[in-house]
Design a protein around this ligand. Structure first.
Ligand code: SF4
Length: 369
């Protein structure tokens, strides 16, 4: 089973924390969509397995005019049975969700919406340059549900500038009260090149202390469990059987095809990446040329890629898969962590214990070869 990812690199404006490749300049949007459709034709047969999930991400896919979105999906439907998909997700920002948009995506076969809520405090949303308000996010969830789209995921961020523990509890508790089947909670990171990073360097904002972040994380995992969520990946929580199928397959080393600028692909052997340059992407694809570059994939970095994604999940490293595919004595490295209770070893898997997922990056380093 495989997945198809389609990248829409346009955003209304730049959020203060975001270092993704995106642009507010939508002048090239129509040509970009033509190029996307061309790439679908050229590369759809790259995978040898049937495509069971489609994910339209960004950027902000919900700012695409409905006619352009539809034309992409019509192209996809020439090769894939949309009605037979296990999951068809589109990312959306709350301010774009209207009844007209919902009716359109339903008609196109989309059955899951992933929404960037980030916070239920308007002050915090304003601080990170989000364009919506808390009420808009609540209205969007209601509208989706009333229209029969119940597979909704909401994103929150913790460690935001000015956010204290009470404010985090407020946002999280409000999200949990919605009982969405899935949510993600990300710890804010100050990435170079972002507006927040500039403000941090200028001393205008302060990074949340380690103590506060630990308190927020602790509250997150306790409350998520109380509300019946499974913490199945460092930042992802779901009700039983509501995990994000498309994303989970990335973590399981399954193949996927990524279409659009800066999209990544993996055919089971090789990883390919499209460079982040819209102008070049459009001109090359419209001339019938693919732009992907093959990533230098030797056994060592294949191993490291697997470690990084697997150790982010609650299940962890699948030992049978690991021993069949890689040749390192992983249990030797894990031994002290298991003894300290930071890792958990079962008959089939090796994972980072939930309480230590926040420091998973530090633990992972020891497993990188
Ligand atoms: S909407 Fe998403 S992709 Fe666009 S700038 Fe904001 S965080 Fe980045």
């Amino acid at each position: 089973m495989a997945g198809l990812y389609i990248h829409i690199p346009y955003c209304h404006s730049k959020c203060a924390y975001c270092d993704f490749y995106s642009t507010p300049n939508v002048k090239s949007m129509e040509q970009y969509v033509d190029a996307l459709k061309k790439e679908i034709v050229l590369r759809i047969s790259e995978l040898n397995e049937p495509i069971r999930t489609v994910y339209i991400g960004g950027g902000t896919p919900s700012l695409l005019p409905i006619s352009l979105l539809k034309s992409i999906i019509v192209e996809v439907s020439k090769y894939i049975d949309i009605d037979g998909l296990e999951e068809f997700t589109i990312e959306a920002n709350p301010e774009d969700i209207t009844q007209k948009w919902i009716d359109a995506i339903k008609q196109m076969g989309v059955n899951r919406v992933s929404m960037g809520i980030q916070s239920f405090s308007d002050v915090e949303l304003n601080e990170i340059n989000r364009r919506h308000t808390a009420q808009m996010a609540l209205d969007a969830v209601n509208m989706l549900r009333e229209s029969g789209i119940n597979r909704i995921s909401g994103d929150l961020i913790y460690g935001l500038p000015g956010q204290d523990i009470d404010s985090w509890k407020y946002s999280l508790d409000l999200l949990l009260s919605l009982q969405l089947p899935h949510f993600s909670a990300y710890l804010l990171s100050y990435e170079q090149g972002t507006k927040l990073y500039v403000r941090l360097m200028a001393g205008k904002v302060e990074e949340a202390s380690e103590e506060l972040v630990n308190e927020m994380y602790k509250y997150l995992i306790i409350r998520a469990h109380e509300e019946g969520y499974v913490h199945y990946e460092i930042s992802n929580f779901s009700k039983t059987n509501c995990e994000a199928i498309h994303n989970t397959n990335y973590w399981r080393d399954l193949p996927y095809l990524g279409i659009g600028v800066s999209a990544h692909s993996f055919d089971g052997q090789c990883r390919r990446v499209n460079p982040p340059n819209i102008k070049n992407y459009v001109s090359q694809l419209l001339a019938g040329n693919c732009v992907f570059e093959l990533e230098d994939e030797n056994a060592q970095n294949r191993h490291n890629d697997y470690i990084i994604v697997a150790l982010r999940t609650a299940k962890g490293i699948d030992l049978e898969h690991y021993n069949r595919t890689y040749n390192y004595d992983i249990l030797d490295i894990a031994k002290p962590y298991i003894e300290e209770g930071k890792m958990v070893l079962t008959k089939t898997h090796l994972a980072i214990a939930e309480d230590y997922m926040l420091i998973s990056d530090r633990i992972m380093l020891d497993f990188i070869v």
